[in-house]
Design a protein around this ligand. Structure first.
Ligand SMILES: Nc1nc2c(c(=O)[nH]1)N[C@H]1C(S)=C(S)[C@@H](COP(=O)(O)OP(=O)(O)OC[C@H]3O[C@@H](n4cnc5c(=O)[nH]c(N)nc54)[C@H](O)[C@@H]3O)O[C@H]1N2
Ligand SMILES: Nc1nc2c(c(=O)[nH]1)N[C@H]1C(S)=C(S)[C@@H](COP(=O)(O)OP(=O)(O)OC[C@H]3O[C@@H](n4cnc5c(=O)[nH]c(N)nc54)[C@H](O)[C@@H]3O)O[C@H]1N2
Ligand code: SF4
Ligand SMILES: [Mo]
Length: 683
């Protein structure tokens, strides 16, 4: 039997066809939208049966004994224990001392809204997402600039810029659209410090110095304004603050910036010309810009570049979404209502979206260890593996040891679960129904349908949340007996039901794509225009026009002040198509398909340090060390090394977040600098 659904083994959320035999998942294939020359096969989907039926999955809830071992328990005992601990924390320290951390796996849609609802009913504002290092920082600052997060319309574009984004490994659907546009003659610019396979396909590849993207965007705008190539009509009628920008970019001539970004001036200008001569053009930005302490101002600069170039919300440009109307399940109407969240020092980021909740993961370790602004005493972690994925892991470990109570909800035993008092086995993708955020932020609604029964005694995330809520007495807030009932309720404003979605595997689009919506509606900002000068940033005392020369916006990589002792720049590395962050290294077929735990080091740096291919080398920063094999390669420039990402779950010695730092944070989004830091070799 073949069933169409959405895969959620990673955040790309691809439409797939699943083959089921005797109730077992046999194979998963991405739905074909293009001919073979463009269609992408996903190795993770090919390994889906191995992933789902892995003997390493958690079978039953487990509780830690006094001796420190793990003991199987029933779900009844598990729910009793969790609810008892939650109430104990509330009585002793206040409800806000309980935090709930979610990672990328529990999606940004249904289950996350249920968690916020439960936490708010309980009295805690601290339902915390990991978006400060993922895309939420960019989403927030784009929202302050033009009311939403835009998405690049690769398919219809004449010029695509992939800026710190590597769709070839991370988003097959977008990559297919990019290849299609290329087949129709679209130009491609890649801005990446690493010579990725995508960079080798570009018309122009700008090998930027990591973390200097804001300077490059300003230099591009300097050239565009100087050569009078901006969209006069759009700037005049739909933006505010252009004159301030014009003045600010004067200090960023391509000639001056060339040294900062380490890109030759003529190459930089060639790239801007490609962007301005081939319209519509779009900028796909990515996680290469997150995980830096200056993500907020960099995002602002890129957003403004899109706007003044006249590409916003045009076919083939950068589209403003048309989200489906759904109920907001958060119960807090105001961020300022007591108790305030632990992210109080980042007020703009904490309240930028009604639906998103708090994404200031950067402050969680401080709240536990330093008790700032107040202590977090108990934590529930769902679909995240922070012992591998949060910055400065040694400090995170110390924090988790200090907690009075830690619960982990995950299909797998993880390094994070090793710290837990109780572990709840969650169902995986394909085993639970949910409405995904991908569907909700676009206007094509699709259901991620359950196509097989949950593994052993595992339960779907929604059911775990509903049962905790109901046991705590929140039946009024959680009246639903099934997830279908809950989804029907949440989708009510859209007029669509689960029944209809079940009948439409290709999804339901509620309206046609509309371009230039601002002509009728304006932008969703206080002035209804693109805020080149941001009224919100100004109100909260941040620079209202992006600027990078002063230390507010441009902090070098972590440990910058120690650069004399740590002469190399370390870069958190490739997101391989075979894996998702810390996941799937236990799957042999995926491990064998390539991409090993290595550090890419330039021949010149290797020679200076007497390092040969495959040598096991130690990399250290002031925060920790890892041991990893050397891969001599000129995909990086001398002075930069790139360390394979996500191998920390497979073996602790490869955990690159032992090296990263969490002391410097983006002043608006609390983003830590997981991406770039300064390591050195020790003998
Ligand atoms: N296979 C797979 N797919 C995934 C994931 C996964 O783990 N595995 N994770 C998912 C998630 S949660 C996310 S957030 C997305 C992210 O997906 P993308 O947005 O594509 O991000 P990355 O692949 O991390 O990085 C993109 C590129 O940025 C470059 N880069 C690094 N530092 C800088 C810099 O300072 N400036 C510039 N301009 N570029 C830089 C890197 O070399 C890399 O090639 O992928 C999603 N898709
Ligand atoms: N140095 C450095 N740090 C980084 C990054 C980097 O590139 N470099 N990337 C950052 C980014 S963009 C992100 S998004 C984060 C990712 O951080 P995490 O979200 O911690 O990433 P994962 O390792 O994918 O962990 C997801 C966990 O969810 C579990 N899981 C899978 N499916 C389900 C499910 O359906 N339900 C439940 N309950 N659990 C499930 C998996 O078994 C896994 O243990 O890491 C960030 N940290
Ligand atoms: S890219 Fe991600 S969502 Fe798409 S099929 Fe592969 S694992 Fe599934
Ligand atoms: Mo992410």
């Amino acid at each position: 039997m073949k069933i169409n659904t959405i895969c959620r083994l990673c955040s790309a959320c691809c439409p797939v066809e699943v083959s089921i035999e005797n109730g077992r998942l046999v194979s998963v294939q991405r739905v074909k939208r293009y001919p073979d020359s463009i269609h992408q096969v996903c190795p993770k989907a090919q390994a889906a049966a191995e992933i789902i039926y892995s003997s390493k999955r958690l079978n039953k809830p487990k509780m830690r004994t006094k001796e420190g071992t793990l003991q199987d328990i029933s779900w009844e005992t598990a729910f009793d224990f969790i609810c008892f601990k939650m109430k104990e924390i509330k009585e002793n320290y206040g409800a806000e001392a309980l935090g709930w951390l979610r990672g990328q796996a529990s999606d940004w849609g249904g289950p996350w809204q249920y968690v916020m609802r439960l936490m708010h009913a309980f009295g805690s504002p601290n339902a915390i997402g990991n978006g400060s290092v993922c895309h939420a920082g960019r989403e927030a600052l784009q929202t302050f600039t033009y009311g939403d997060m835009s998405s690049p319309d690769y398919k219809n574009s004449k010029c695509i810029i992939c800026w710190g984004r590597n769709d070839q490994d991370t988003n097959p659907t977008a990559y297919e659209d990019l290849l299609y546009a290329r087949s129709k003659g679209a130009k491609l610019v890649v801005i990446d410090p690493v010579k990725t396979p995508l960079a080798t396909k570009a018309d122009i590849w700008l090998q930027i110095k990591p973390g200097t993207d804001g300077f490059l965007a300003m230099a591009m705008m300097n050239w565009i304004i100087k050569n009078d190539l901006f969209d006069h009509e759009f700037v005049k009628n739909y933006t505010v603050g252009f004159n301030f920008l014009k003045k600010e970019v004067e200090d960023y001539s391509p000639e001056k910036i060339s040294k900062v970004v380490q890109i030759p001036t003529d190459k930089m200008i060639k790239a801007v010309k490609l962007y301005t001569n081939n319209r519509p053009a779009c900028i796909g930005e990515g996680n290469g810009l997150d995980m830096h302490c200056q993500v907020s101002q960099v995002t602002r600069a890129l957003a403004i570049l899109r706007a003044i170039s006249g590409n916003l919300d045009r076919r083939g440009g950068d589209l403003i979404p048309q989200p489906v109307k759904i109920k907001n399940y958060q119960l807090r109407t105001s961020f300022w209502k007591e108790p305030t969240p632990i992210s109080i020092e980042y007020p703009l980021f904490s309240q930028y979206s009604e639906k998103r909740g708090i994404h200031a993961m950067g402050v969680l370790t401080d709240a536990i260890l330093e008790e700032k602004p107040y202590p977090i005493k108990g934590l529930i972690i769902q679909g995240a593996n922070p012992i591998v994925t949060m910055a400065n892991v040694n400090r995170v470990k110390k924090a988790f040891r200090k907690l009075n109570f830690l619960a982990v909800i995950d299909p797998m035993m993880t390094q994070t679960a090793e710290f837990a008092d109780i572990i709840l086995p969650a169902s995986f993708s394909f085993e639970q129904t949910m409405i995904s955020n991908n569907a909700l932020s676009g206007n094509n609604l699709r259901l991620q349908k359950k196509v097989i029964e949950p593994w052993e005694k595992s339960l779907p995330d929604w059911e775990i949340i509903f049962r905790i809520a109901q046991r705590l007495g929140f039946e009024k807030e959680f009246p639903w007996k099934s997830v279908e009932e809950a989804i029907d309720d949440q989708l009510q404003p859209s007029g669509i039901t689960v029944k209809e979605l079940n009948k439409s595997p290709e999804g339901i689009s509620l309206e046609k794509v509309r371009y230039q919506k601002y002509l009728q509606e304006g932008f969703k900002t206080p002035s209804k225009k693109v805020e080149i000068e941001s009224s919100l940033l100004k109100k909260y005392g941040y620079p209202a026009i992006p600027e990078f020369w002063d230390s507010f916006s441009y902090q070098g990589p972590s440990f910058y002040e120690k650069r004399d002792h740590y002469p190399l720049i370390g870069l958190s590395g490739r997101r391989s198509n075979n894996f998702v962050h810390s996941q799937f290294r236990h799957i042999k077929s995926l491990r064998e398909k390539g991409s090993n735990p290595i550090v890419d080091i330039h021949p010149q740096d290797a020679k200076e340090r007497n390092i040969n291919q495959d040598d096991s080398i130690i990399i250290s920063t002031p925060n920790g060390s890892i041991k990893i094999r050397a891969g001599i390669s000129s995909i990086v420039v001398p002075g930069t090394v790139r360390i394979a990402w996500g191998w920390g779950e497979y073996s602790e010695k490869y955990n690159l977040n032992l090296l990263t730092d969490d002391s410097l944070k983006d002043p608006i989004t609390s983003t830590t600098s997981n991406r770039v830091f300064m390591p050195d070799k020790k003998d």
